[in-house]
Design a protein around this ligand. Structure first.
Ligand code: AMP
Length: 443
């Protein structure tokens, strides 16, 4: 299957070719012909699937096909996005794919000066990409006219609702022309009751399109980050489990040693816990898992590889006590919850040392995880980041690093000999060496 069979114009095919795309992604394959026909679409697809081109290409084509020579062009297509970042990203795609078409676009979001946006709108825009709040500001100041919108796209509709934009969206919808006279496209990763209600109001006999997700986290998992100082993580975890009365929680550590120690400490706090990792015999792992499933053990502390195959029905809580070095492991970890249509919660306790790991994870997910500072756990801003330690031996992962690191290994051994942290397994170091690449988990 190539792009040429989808019914796209020569100008768009040229832009696609210049991007180096040879084949449409599944969402593009399914959505482009339907949107070109002018039908409404409700699509289950997330970032990473190629959804942006999936709607941008046919929207550009339809706008171009019915473009008038009118110098005072009204806005005819509106793409609403939940965040500034996504708006900017979609705006770039519109520019890229539309570069051989005589269409004008603009991106509008808050947090920046409004006057350049007003100026741009005044000069005439065919396709407008916007976040709801700033667009309403423009509508209020009458610097944008939405009465001629022919195509409306709600991108990442579920996130817009999560972020509380439903009232803004309702207000904006009231400024658009009658529903029967426009095409509506709704993209969402999840289909909650609220999304379905919105879709019912908005869409006319939509084509339903769903594609598999790629490198993304399960849809029913609520994710959150609690910033916390490293030495207070255990205390915070006990507090969370106790105060929220979690009965079954899977906790991830980076190292086997860390898993053992944490399970012991939690037991000491009165929370019945067990550890599973690669050093435990299969028998011990099976017993721990069985006890966890029956509720005898309340907290199961695991390393990444030990937890890979774990399939626990209706596991409600996953805690990243430490973030993984490899961002994909985050997706695997939290995929232990929210299975088979159940809701799940994934909480990450993140200290200053782990900010880079968190950024990598968010980059992979293409979304920012909400940070919630718990009362009494505000991180101490004077604490500086330390290099992440991986196990007591600080073993390393990649072959290239292995090859390059003989000297570093020697240096590290020397450093360990003089660093009390390696003896106690806790405390802070004044060490300055930062691994240039993530080191391997000891699992
Ligand atoms: P999106 O899901 O729209 O955020 O797109 C994810 C990434 O896939 C973007 O970097 C696009 O440039 C890229 N992409 C979109 N369509 C294709 C395609 N047909 N072939 C290769 N890459 C694509």
């Amino acid at each position: 299957m190539s792009f040429t069979t989808l019914g796209l114009s020569a100008e768009l095919l040229r832009a696609i070719d210049e991007q180096g795309y040879t084949r449409p992604t599944p969402i593009q394959h399914k959505a482009i012909p339907v949107i070109l026909q002018g039908r409404d679409v409700m699509a289950g697809a997330q970032t990473g699937t190629g959804k942006t081109a999936g709607f941008t290409l046919p929207v550009l084509q339809r706008l171009h096909a019915t473009q008038s020579g009118n110098a005072r062009r009204p806005v005819r297509a509106l793409v609403l996005t939940p965040t500034r970042e996504l708006a900017a990203q979609v705006g770039e795609s519109v520019d890229t794919y539309g570069r051989h078409l005589p269409l004008q676009s603009a991106v509008i979001f808050g947090g920046v000066k409004i006057n350049p946006q007003i100026e741009k709108l005044r000069r005439g825009v065919d396709i407008l990409v916007a976040t709801p709040g700033r667009l309403l500001d423009h509508a209020g100041q009458k610097t944008v006219d939405l009465s001629q919108i022919e195509i409306l796209v709600l991108d990442e509709a579920d996130r817009m609702l999560d972020m509380g934009f439903i009232h803004d969206i309702r207000k904006l919808l009231s400024l658009l022309p009658e529903n029967g006279s426009r095409q509506n496209l709704l993209f969402s990763a999840t289909f909650s009751r609220e999304i379905k209600q919105l879709a019912d109001r908005l869409l006319n006999r939509p084509e339903l399109i769903e594609v598999a997700r790629r490198n993304t986290t399960a849809e029913r998992i609520e994710q959150m980050v609690h910033p916390v100082d490293k030495h207070r993580k255990r205390e915070m975890l006990s507090h969370l489990i106790g105060s929220r009365n979690w009965r079954q929680v899977l906790v991830f550590t980076r190292t086997k040693h860390g898993a053992n120690r944490l399970a012991r400490q939690l037991d000491g706090d009165g929370l019945c816990s067990a550890a599973i990792h690669g050093n435990k015999s299969q028998g011990a792992r099976t017993r721990a898992l069985r006890a966890f499933k029956t509720g005898e053990v309340r907290v199961l502390v695991a390393t990444d590889i030990a937890a890979r195959g774990l399939d626990i029905d209706q596991l409600p809580h996953v805690v990243n006590y430490e973030l993984p070095n490899v961002p994909e492991d985050y997706v695997h970890r939290i995929g232990r919850t929210g299975r088979a249509g159940n809701d799940g919660e994934a909480i990450s306790l993140v200290c200053v040392d782990e900010h880079k790991l968190l950024r990598d994870i968010e980059q992979l997910l293409k979304r920012e995880l909400p940070r919630v500072v718990l009362d009494g756990y505000t991180p101490d801003p004077s604490i500086q980041a330390d290099p992440i330690q991986n196990g007591r031996n600080g073993k390393i992962r990649s072959r290239s690093r292995k090859q390059a690191s003989a000297t570093q290994q020697r240096k590290r051994s020397a450093q360990k000999a003089s660093d009390p942290r390696y003896k106690s397994g806790s405390g802070r170091s004044g060490g300055t060496r930062k691994p240039s690449r993530p080191a391997q988990n000891h699992v």
